[in-house]
Design a protein around this ligand. Structure first.
Ligand code: AMP
Length: 211
């Protein structure tokens, strides 16, 4: 049973690393951002409720996100564990998760703000396959996903002003969250300002060291 939580600022490579960890540890990858964005695309009642909040770079309420995550954790595929990506984001959410599940392994990916701003200005997401990719400046106008041919778009919340807001929100909420987890067994922190494969290497080493 491996109950994993991944914490990192927007643009820390969290999504990329989450896919790799989930595959290696054979647990489902539960990304609250992906679930919400899908709901917005599908124009479900949930999607309509959160669309403006997400676009503004603000957080949806603890109540809403918590009931969504709790329902997802009740699926049978989490019997052997899970990887939560994007939850908890607040101490309140962390306390709720503690009520539902124990023995959490918390992985923290640390990246300085300047590096995040640089990365998010070139981040694109494929409208068809959902893959997140980084485009270099000269490629920024290329419209097709190199994997599936879908259209690459900038996430609404990756606009510069919104990114600054998300970073302020992240810093205010993540510090107490990390302080809560840091003192516990099962907390791993890695330097996310490295090439993705090096980050993965450090993450796997950290996970292996927990035994
Ligand atoms: P992400 O892809 O993790 O950056 O999430 C995108 C957006 O979804 C966030 O900016 C929030 O609006 C919303 N969201 C995702 N997870 C949470 C959460 N745990 N608490 C509140 N809002 C969330």
């Amino acid at each position: 049973m491996l109950n994993l939580v991944l914490i990192g600022p927007p643009g820390s490579g969290k999504g990329t690393q989450a896919v790799r960890i989930a595959r290696r540890c054979k647990v489902p990858h539960i990304s609250t951002g992906d679930i919400l964005r899908q709901a917005v695309r599908d124009e479900t009642p949930l999607g309509r409720e959160v669309a403006a909040t997400i676009a503004a770079g603000a957080l949806v309420s603890d109540e809403l996100i918590s009931s969504l995550v709790k329902a997802r954790l009740d699926w049978s595929d989490t019997a052997g564990g899970f990887l939560l990506d994007g939850f908890p984001r607040t101490v309140g959410q962390a306390r709720l998760l503690d009520e539902w599940r124990s023995n959490l392994v918390v992985v923290h990916i640390a990246v300085p703000d300047e590096e995040i701003i640089r990365r998010l200005s070139t981040r694109r997401i494929c409208q068809s396959c959902g893959l997140t990719q980084s485009v270099s400046e000269e490629w920024a106008r290329v419209e097709d996903c190199p994997y599936c041919g879908g259209t690459l778009v900038r996430r609404d919340d990756d606009e510069a002003a919104t990114v600054r807001k998300r970073l302020i929100t992240y810093a205010a909420l993540a510090e107490p969250l990390i302080a809560l987890y840091r003192s516990r067994h099962g907390f791993i922190t890695v330097n996310g300002a490295q090439p993705p494969d090096r980050v993965t290497e450090d993450l796997f080493k950290g996970l292996d060291s927990l035994g």
